[in-house]
Ligand binder design. Structure first.
Ligand code: AMP
Length: 449
């Protein structure tokens, strides 16, 4: 289905854009790019199922720049292409891509998001922007202040539409659509296509071409996933041990809560590991700085909540840690999508305590495989993590997120349905030494696909 050996000039891109991809170090188009670029260049609407990490940003940015390049520049307070993203970080990153890929073209771009002063954004929009990247709430504020109009709008991109819905932007998006000219090209990207997304899409796209590069809910192929069973109270010490023992650098750690992120950051700092937290309570300045320091390796560990981490563009991140498993199984797939990006290999480890067994089972059902377990000597849990096994029980095929049958998800303390109370203790004879670091791994199906 995908031809991932195509080069950018074979896809119909102009010389200056091909040049820009070369300068970014890309030799070949990624599968989403190979599929999306010709469709967008032909002027079609597009529905694309693609996770972050697949190269989707270039997949819409490159052809969009090509389509806009020959046209009349944006007038005062006008935009010719609008890219809507769920988070400020993603908006900033998309704008960065627009600049990088479009640096040889006479196009202008701007980015607007909440959490910072609106006045400089109003000033910036006076001269118009060929490409405007925005989060929905701030865009509406700017519209209400008459800082932006859409008479010249040609292209609308909705990036990470599933996350926009999760974050409650549905009304803002619907409102924005009513402000746009009816005749326009629409591109909608989403990691998953739930019924809700399809309903939203119906009101936006027109006879779209549909493409998909990652099988729904399948984890990125180049990520090695494993988990370390641990008692909750031991998780910080275990994480410190793993970072120090393995000399991990550029570690992205996910926690479920902002409080958890702050607490863990302090514990890491205390252990002499340079760490920073990134979450919704941090100012935009602090978040941007934390990300920049992490990218430049000034900070060894970035501790993030799911929403803050969404769309973080960090190349070839080697190590992701789930300090807590996410409540929503699909977030696991998003989290580990932060590593093993664009062909690089990465490792994702989850520290899992016994009380998280239901979350673990939901995740394993979603990714359709059990995650390999390794017991770390000295950190074997006193509360054993029950065995998990993919069984043939009927499952909600859409995964646990919006189960019509509450009995299939979130039923804590009912582990007996698939639990194996006799889970093997670490150190049992079937365990074998697997690495020079003396970890013990339970024999299990290979998961490093
Ligand atoms: P995205 O899915 O858009 O967030 O992109 C993920 C990462 O892949 C970004 O850091 C890009 O710089 C990188 N990338 C995008 N396209 C390519 C490509 N064709 N070859 C190698 N890396 C790429």
């Amino acid at each position: 289905m995908n031809d991932n050996t195509q080069t950018f000039d074979e896809l119909g891109l102009s010389d200056s854009l091909v040049q820009a991809t070369k300068q970014s170090g890309y030799t070949h188009a990624s599968p989403i790019q190979a599929q999306a670029i010709p469709i967008v260049l032909e002027g079609h609407d597009l529905l694309a199922a693609a996770q972050t990490g697949t190269g989707k940003t270039a997949g819409f940015t490159l052809p969009m720049l090509q389509l806009l390049a020959p046209g009349k520049p944006a007038g005062h307070n006008q935009a010719r292409a609008l890219v809507l993203t769920p988070t400020r970080e993603l908006a900033a990153q998309v704008n960065e891509s627009v600049r990088t890929y479009g640096k040889n073209l006479p196009l202008t771009s701007a980015v607007v998001f909440g959490g910072v002063k609106i006045n400089p954004q109003m000033m910036r929009l006076r001269s118009g922007a060929d490409i405007l990247v925005a989060t929905p709430g701030r865009l509406l504020d700017l519209y209400n202040q008459k800082a932006i109009r859409f008479d010249q709008l040609e292209i609308l991109v909705l990036d990470e539409a599933d996350r926009m819905l999760d974050m409650g932007f549905i009304h803002d998006i619907k409102k924005i659509i009513t402000l746009l000219p009816k005749k326009r090209q629409n591109l909608l990207f989403s990691a998953t296509f739930s019924d809700e997304i399809r309903t939203l899409a119906k009101g936006i796209v027109n006879h779209p071409k549909e493409i998909s590069v990652t099988p729904r809910n399948a984890a990125a192929k180049t990520v090695r996933q494993w988990l370390a069973p641990a008692d909750k109270a031991q998780k910080s010490a275990l994480l410190i041990h793993l970072i120090q023992e393995n000399s991990w650098y550029q570690v992205l750690v996910f926690t479920r809560t902002k409080h958890g992120a702050n607490k863990l950051t302090k514990q890491l700092d205390k252990a002499g590991i340079n760490a920073a937290a990134i979450h919704g309570n941090k100012s935009q300045g602090a978040r941007t700085k934390a990300l920049a320091d992490f990218k430049s390796m000034k900070t060894q560990v970035l501790v993030a909540t799911d929403i803050a981490a969404r769309g973080l563009d960090i190349d070839q991140l080697p190590q992701v840690v789930n300090f807590d498993l996410p409540n929503v199984a699909e977030d696991y797939v998003h989290r580990i999508g932060r590593t093993g990006r664009a062909g690089a290999t990465g490792t994702a480890v989850s520290l899992v305590s016994a009380d998280e067994i239901d979350h673990l089972r939901s995740i394993e059902r979603l990714i359709k495989k059990t995650i390999e377990r390794e017991y770390i000597p000295g950190f074997e849990p006193s509360h054993e993590l029950p065995e998990s096994r993919l069984d043939s029980r009927p499952q909600n095929p859409r995964g646990p997120k919006k189960s019509p049958n509450p009995g299939n998800s979130g039923n804590r303390n009912h582990g007996r349905r698939d639990g194996q109370p006799g889970a093997k203790k670490p150190g049992a004879p079937q365990n074998r030494k697997t690495s020079s670091r003396n970890r013990r791994r339970k024999p299990r199906e290979a998961t490093n696909t």
